[in-house]
Design a protein around this ligand. Structure first.
Ligand code: OAD
Ligand code: ZN
Length: 243
């Protein structure tokens, strides 16, 4: 079991601006598969077919079937102790969560300052008109679902490869201003999200990585806490409360 270094607790005690970049690993213990690695979500589904605009227009049914399955799985998932620990930390710090996840679990856990870089699986938008909305139907009655305004097909309001991520300017600003920057459960392979820890580091932040294995971020991390996100964030929160 990884011990939380006292030095990290000391640094956090005198910091006020904290941010956490999270990825699929933080939701793994809620039963949502990660993307890369054994049993990963992309396994069996060619990424270019289900996570690009081109793939969507080529076969909207296939893409919506894939998202329908993910929606069914995510609808059963609940925030775990890692999501909840970050929500608790928001009460102690000027804190932001910047997530690559589309499952909405940070908000469900009680975090208010959340940037969903890759969108949200419960949101949809029209491929033709300006309609944006929420669609919580599980499973979907109609595949592909149609726009209530114009009748054209809807798409998931998530970010696919090649598309611009949401709220990146704010995310850059947060990374620049953070005193402690956590990188939790992400392989840090997908940019621009993966560049945020480097920006934070260049601007003087203490970078703390929490993952079950080392990643490309490890070389710049001031602390590498190897282990499951729930265990580590639980212990960290405990130590912060005691300190
Ligand atoms: P990945 O699947 O690439 O990485 C998940 C990371 O979580 C890995 O580094 C694992 O070691 C780690 N991990 C797994 N279980 C963990 C646990 N219990 N505690 C801590 N860490 C754990 O997922 P992301 O980095 O989120 O984008 O992937 C980034 C983006 O690539 C996704 O948002 C998605 C994908 O393609 C789009 O769809 C645009
Ligand atoms: Zn429409």
């Amino acid at each position: 079991m990884t011990e939380i270094p006292d030095r990290l607790v000391e640094i956090m005690k005198r910091s006020s601006k904290i941010a956490a970049l999270t990825g699929a690993g933080i939701s793994a213990e809620s039963g949502i598969p990660t993307f890369r690695g054994a049993g990963g979500l992309w396994e069996g589904y060619p990424v270019e077919k289900v996570a690009t605009v081109e793939g969507f227009y080529e076969n909207p049914e296939l893409v919506w079937k894939f998202y329908n399955e993910r929606r069914i799985n995510i609808s059963k998932a609940r925030p775990n102790r890692a999501h909840k620990a970050l929500a608790e930390m928001e009460k102690m710090y000027d804190m932001w969560v910047i997530t690559q996840n589309i499952d909405g679990l940070h908000t469900m856990a009680g975090s208010n300052n959340v940037i969903e870089l890759h969108g949200n699986i419960w949101r949809v938008r029209c491929t033709y008109c300006d309609y944006h909305g929420e669609n919580m139907e599980v499973p979907l009655r109609e595949i592909p679902p149609k726009c209530p305004k114009c009748g054209e097909i809807l798409r998931p309001d998530v970010v696919w490869f090649g598309e611009p991520v949401h709220m990146m300017d704010l995310a850059f600003k947060i990374a620049e201003e953070s005193e402690v920057f956590f990188v939790i459960g992400t392989s840090a392979k997908v940019h621009p999200a993966a560049s945020l820890p480097f920006i934070a580091k260049n601007n003087g932040a203490t970078v703390v990585e929490i993952n079950i294995e080392r990643t490309d971020v490890s070389i710049i991390a001031d602390f590498i806490l190897l282990g499951r996100a729930t265990m580590i964030l639980d212990s960290l929160l405990q130590k912060l409360k005691e300190a």
